[in-house]
Design a protein around this ligand. Structure first.
Ligand code: SF4
Length: 62
């Protein structure tokens, strides 16, 4: 599973980091950033929870 954040949509609420802190962080401006593009299997559940939690559907998966 791969993840990416659409920076044109993200408004920095930080839910992604809260739900999957090993996959998502926040950049110096407080916007979401991907820490590991290729999500390890043991982190997939958290990553999917972050996708669901993002209020703007800014996280894409592949
Ligand atoms: S939860 Fe969504 S809107 Fe919030 S920081 Fe993460 S990607 Fe951006």
């Amino acid at each position: 599973m791969k993840v990416a954040i659409d920076a044109s949509v993200c408004d920095g609420k930080g839910y992604c980091k809260r739900f999957a802190p090993e996959v998502f962080g926040l950049d110096e401006w407080g916007y979401g950033k991907v820490l590991v593009e290729e999500v390890p299997p043991e982190q997939e559940a958290n990553a999917r929870a972050a996708v669901e939690a993002c209020p703007l559907q800014a996280i894409r998966t592949a």
